[in-house]
Write a protein that binds this ligand. Sequence first.
Ligand code: 9Z3
Length: 339
Amino acid sequence: MSSKLTVDRAQSESVQEAVVSSILSERKVIDPDTYFDDNKPPANLRWANGRVSEFVAQQPKERPIALVTSGGTTVPLENNTVRFVDNFSAGTRGSSSAEQFLASGYAVIYLYRDQSLQPFNRHYSHNPDGVLGYLDIVDGKVVVKPEWAEQMHRDLELFKRYKNANQLLMVSFTTLSDYLFLLREISLILAPLGPRAMLYLAAAVSDFFIPTHIMAEHKIQSGSGDLTLRMNQVPKFLRPLVKNWVPRCFIISFKLETDSELLAPKARHALEKYGHQIVIANLLHTRKWQVWLFTNSEPEPYLLQISKEDIENNRDIEHYLVVELARRHQEYISNSNQL
Ligand code: 9Z3
């Protein structure tokens, strides 16, 4: 498969033609190790390093820690970015799971796509009037509308409780590159914790990207016909993550497909290839109701699905999923302690 991007146009301008030919001459899959030398780190990397190190150091020794990634990565088409390719994810899985991990006694580092759903805030993103849609003015005072008051009270109370207990840290990303730099940075901070740290990789990560050095510098100009994109394959980061960054931690990745025939073989393939603990497989259209847990030790996947009653009672699948994962994580910790 070709692995480099071309940004070309019929009758394109000379700069763009030069980019195209230089790209066409280099078609190879990029090594995960060289990725970080060739791409720019995000502006919040140093801040994240300091805050995550501090957060981890402040946790009581017995408290398990979960890195929860959430939301989709963007892939810019221009260095001065006007356009980008996005990855599908609302951040529901990640934000709901983060709430459940907190309820299960975890400290949570929530690595999320800027503007995507966040724990405890996630119920307040769908009002056509924005935040003002939840509020009213009564006797000259701003109040929460009665129909939202109970839920908002509950969410605010939990949010404050976990923040005060120093159990929740939020770090945001936008692009694929931001995500990968932050993932590596945070992983390396968690590595010394070994089995006590869990990585729950629910973010929807692009498989294709345009390396910075071959990306158009300025806004790609219109007016000369169609635009064709050729994108490089993103290096397989799960390999160095499992093998080198956090080899002793408990790692859960997600596999998203739209074709049900592909789901099981692809989940199994990921497990065999990377050798981590769990792959959670889900289909785009049923992801809120059904997931399958694949492990290397079980011949059949473990199916988790929620009932009509759960849906009617607003009970998310993440509630059951996280309970099951926390149980398996505890087992992993106990088994590691016995070695
Ligand atoms: C998932 O499969 C998540 O469950 C969803 C959650 C993104 C579907 P929402 O945020 O959706 O609740 O709307 N995430 C992982 C997707 C992914 O990029 N996986 C890669 C792959 O499938 C491997 S890391 O190849």
